[in-house]
Design a binder for this molecule. Structure first.
Ligand SMILES: [Ca+2]
Ligand SMILES: [Ca+2]
Length: 150
């Protein structure tokens, strides 16, 4: 009798945990720059509601041609403004959104020498399925594609 009760207890309280699905990393990820746009696309992940594209951009802020600052950007397909669906498996990111501004004199104005275009970027994507009892969305990213020199 006691064992049965314990089993029932465990079943009820572990069900939400069992329902937590960790989505696999998307496959077939491709990223390339076309004109002023970083184009990314990948294969659909079953169960994914949307996706998050992570871009790591490197900047040369002292003109020695060697990158010295790296900045991470995240772009969600749910934030897209191109009219497509958040579950669609591509995302175009304007390279202009990857510009780094270091306001060195903190005047709120882009002074000469404060604005930097990335010298190289790389990108990756992960699938998301947020919601109640669906757990943390720290799903796996695919591997970074190769560095793209701009
Ligand atoms: Ca440098
Ligand atoms: Ca400034």
């Amino acid at each position: 009798m006691r064992k049965t009760l314990l089993f029932g207890f465990l079943l009820v309280f572990t069900m939400p945990l069992l329902a937590v699905g960790i989505l696999p990393a998307p496959e077939g990820f491709v990223a390339f720059i076309s004109g002023d746009t970083l184009h990314t696309e990948w294969l659909a992940v079953e169960g994914a509601a949307k996706y998050s594209v992570n871009v790591a951009a490197d900047y040369d802020t002292d003109g020695d041609t060697i990158a010295d600052i790296s900045v991470d950007f995240d772009f969600g397909t749910s934030d897209r403004t191109d009219g497509y669906l958040m579950g669609d498996t591509f995302l175009d990111i304007p390279v202009a959104e990857l510009v780094l501004w270091i306001d060195s004199n903190v005047d709120g104005i882009e002074d000469p020498g404060e604005v930097f275009e990335p010298v190289s970027i790389k990108a990756r994507v992960k699938a998301l399925d947020p919601g109640k009892l669906k757990g943390r969305q720290d799903n796996l990213f695919c591997a970074f594609d190769e560095d793209m020199t701009i």
